[in-house]
Design a protein around this ligand. Structure first.
Ligand code: URA
Length: 437
């Protein structure tokens, strides 16, 4: 196997033999193919894509490059997970994991950190004082068996080829490649040993894929990979043309998720949690259809069991939450300021990208992977698209670590909230499409 020959063939759009692709990837794992050669290969894939059989080989090698989560223990119920492609204000995992567990599923949730302008479940969980997202697989399994859900980050043992390729993609501008995203996400999910999987593919300015056609293509590719491997998988295409819910920023989002688990919180956020839990119930075979799943998820959420289960999960993973306090004992930013509207009008759009980058500017997200983040900072919106407002009405509250940060946050809010004189165009429906295996 001569690496540069394989790179040249992919560069020129030729089909690769599966054996040579296998040898190339294995040689990378062994160190015989370098990062420079792999970076060139990834760029060739970015431009020329992967044929279905090539994608399948990549998925398999990524998956078996590490350990598979063993199905140990005797807790009954299908193993089902939910994965989001990333958005702004997306804290659904915190509600959906205990909700699905309460509905009889076993949820081994493996999540990621914030990426670019999007937030990550791990960063949100770590804003809970003491919460450990790095736990040995044995302990993870113990929590899963006791509580029905457990939440960790990708461990060193799971899909190490993905971790290495992802780091390389991150610095070579090759992240937004549909086959590479498909292989990256599905190899990790397949390593979890699941029965069912629900993919929340975000669409809009705040998502990695802003065009519906691209999101649909990604959803179809991921569903196809899962289905051919015997996994019951469904993708939901959901709106990210505005932030989800009202809170954006790690601890603020955990608080909003806890409010939702307490039967409160913004309607769009709650509706998406119910939808995703319903799809999980169908994928896991505990509901006959989405309608039944929705009814059960709504009823289960209202009864309060998922809140109690999340508290037990947090406690089992070292997190200290106080449900008797309105802030749940989460860290609070020392400075807050209300940003008011400068004119009368209708809220025509709320740009998730401006607020996602606003959180980074306040120190709540990263510009380098090794950066510490401040979990306290962010925004809580006071308006939604379509609201009619008068000059001076509050648009959002900025939460900042410093007094100077308040002005930075205020300008992000002013940039994000667009006012129109007349009626505003309708935002995207919360759930745009569903792709089934
Ligand atoms: N999330 C992943 O895990 N991988 C990607 O490639 C993109 C998003």
């Amino acid at each position: 196997m001569i690496p540069q020959q394989i790179i040249a063939r992919k560069r020129d759009g030729e089909a690769l033999g599966l054996e040579e692709l296998h040898d190339f990837l294995t040689a990378y794992l062994d160190g015989a193919v370098g990062d420079d050669q792999m970076a060139a290969f990834l760029m060739a894939v970015y431009f020329n894509g992967l044929a279905p059989a090539e994608l399948d080989t990549l998925v398999t090698l990524m998956m078996i490059s590490g350990e598979m989560l063993e199905r140990r223990g005797d807790r009954p119920g299908p193993r089902v997970d939910k994965h989001s492609t990333g958005g702004v204000g997306d804290k659904t995992s915190l509600v959906v994991a205990p909700l699905a567990a309460e509905m009889g599923m076993v949820v081994p949730m493996m999540s990621g950190r914030g990426l670019g302008h999007t937030g990550g479940t791990l960063d949100k969980l770590e804003s809970i004082p003491g919460f450990r997202t790095r736990v040995p697989l044995d302990e993870f399994n113990g929590v899963l068996m006791r509580i029905g859900c457990a939440m960790i980050g990708q461990t060193d043992e799971i899909a190490p080829l993905d971790r290495r390729l992802y780091a390389l993609r991150d610095v070579t501008a090759t992240v937004p490649s549909l086959p590479l995203i498909t292989a990256s996400i599905m190899s990790k999910k397949l390593a979890e040993g699941l029965d069912g999987l629900v993919l929340d593919v975000k669409v809009g300015r705040g998502a990695f894929l802003s065009r519906l056609e691209d999101a649909r293509e990604l959803a179809r590719a991921m569903v196809g990979v899962g289905t051919t491997r015997g996994l019951s998988v469904t993708a939901v295409l959901s709106a990210m043309d505005r932030p989800l819910g009202r809170a954006i920023g790690n601890a603020l989002e955990v608080r909003e998720a806890l409010e939702c688990l307490s039967g409160d919180g913004p309607r769009d956020f709650r509706d998406l949690c119910v939808e995703l839990a319903a799809e999980m119930a169908v994928a896991g075979g505990v509901a006959a259809g989405v309608e039944e799943g929705r009814a059960r998820a709504t009823e289960t959420l209202a009864r309060g069991g998922p809140m109690e289960r999340f508290m037990r999960l947090a406690d089992a993973q070292g997190g200290a939450l106080d449900p008797s306090r309105s802030d749940f004992g989460l860290p609070i930013a020392p400075f807050t300021a209300v940003v008011a509207a400068e004119a009368d009008g209708t809220v025509a759009a709320i740009d998730p990208l401006a607020l996602g980058y606003g959180v980074i500017a306040l120190g709540g997200g990263r510009t380098r992977q090794d950066q510490e983040i401040d979990p306290r900072v962010g925004f809580v919106l006071r308006v939604e698209v379509g609201d009619r407002i008068a000059r001076g009405d509050p648009l959002a509250v900025v939460h900042s670590a410093t007094r100077e940060g308040l002005a930075i946050g205020a300008s992000a809010v002013t940039e994000a909230v667009r006012l129109a004189a007349g009626d505003a165009p309708a935002p995207l429906p919360l759930v745009l499409e569903r792709v089934e295996g």
